[in-house]
Write a protein that binds this ligand. Structure first.
Ligand SMILES: [Zn+2]
Length: 305
């Protein structure tokens, strides 16, 4: 169990031990940034709690098989609706379901993913279940932003903090699972400990190589060439914040040796703000490329004169 999940050894150990010693809490709160395995670990934990075998994770019993085919009636999974929040009705439905005894297993498990998106009404409603959970019930709340939870909810949960995945773990995970593919150390840096982000980034190495070329050649090429690169960035609107972070990683490294790159970092940060405030996207990109090229070339040559 947990064998295929990278990182967070301490959390995995704690949960495994709780199952083995039969000391599982009724309610847990898993907190940490996105993409570090909180949901995967919660699901494995649920499967373990529901397994009918004494060894608790047999992969063969009726419960394990139904869990794998998403049909286990003793397992409830809740996530935000299409509007991005978890509403009181979703919690009420869950409460109705958990009021009935488990069918296959001796336990029932409910995972609420992105539970920090619960409305206040939903949280207050959930509180009743946390205060008086049925004996067979375990509930796992997963969230990135702990401050969104009511203090009354937090006080009822065993809170577990999940850690960023180390660069080494990310690199070895990618090479083991994607036929030796690795991502460059600069990209690992912007993955920022998130395995999900790293997986997404590895599919985009072509784009990131182009970005590296732009930054590496800022000093050697004319502005026309740089603006041609803008075309590539126009197509990357969905990923632009990761790309801009990546540009900053490269620029910060260059700024250590040459101060003219330092102002470029500010230009990138300004660009993020403009894009966030819904300015014309393509114009933001043009303006940014003009700006960083200008910092590295024009001002520099002027100061030489
Ligand atoms: Zn089983």
């Amino acid at each position: 169990m947990f064998d295929n999940i990278v990182g967070n050894k301490a959390a995995k150990k704690t949960l495994k031990k709780a199952v083995e010693l039969n000391k599982v809490s009724h309610s847990y709160m898993f907190v940490g940034i996105s993409g570090i395995g909180k949901r995967l670990i919660a699901k494995e934990f649920a499967k373990m709690l529901l397994c009918l075998d004494d060894n608790k994770y047999c992969n063969k019993c009726k419960s394990c098989l139904e869990f794998d085919s998403s049909n286990n009636p003793d397992y409830i999974y809740i996530e935000p609706d299409e509007k991005g929040s978890i509403k009181i009705d979703q919690i009420r439905n869950m409460q109705k379901e958990v009021s009935e005894k488990p069918i296959i297993s001796s336990n029932k498990v409910c995972i609420i993913n992105d539970a920090d998106m619960m409305t206040v009404e939903a949280q207050n409603c959930l509180l009743k279940t946390l205060e008086e959970p049925p004996t067979y019930m375990t509930i796992v709340l997963i969230g990135t932003n702990e401050s969104n939870f009511l203090a009354t909810i937090k006080s009822r949960c065993t809170i577990m903090y999940f850690e960023r995945i180390s660069d080494e773990e990310i690199t070895s995970f990618l090479s083991e699972n994607f036929q030796g593919q690795t991502i460059g150390s600069n990209i690992t840096e912007i993955a920022d400990g998130s395995i999900a982000k790293a997986i997404n980034l590895k599919d985009k190495t072509g784009t990131y190589e182009k970005i590296t070329n732009i930054i590496d050649n800022l000093e050697n090429c004319d502005i026309i060439h740089i603006l041609k690169e803008a075309e590539n960035l126009y197509k990357e609107k969905d990923e632009i914040f990761e790309i801009l972070d990546y540009m900053n990683v490269l620029l910060i490294k260059k700024a250590i040796n040459s101060s003219k790159y330092a102002n470029c970092i500010e230009i990138i940060e300004e660009t993020k703000k403009r894009i966030k405030s819904n300015s014309n996207y393509n114009m933001c990109i043009d303006y940014m490329l003009f700006g960083i090229w200008g910092e590295v070339n024009e001002k520099h040559s002027r100061s030489k004169i």
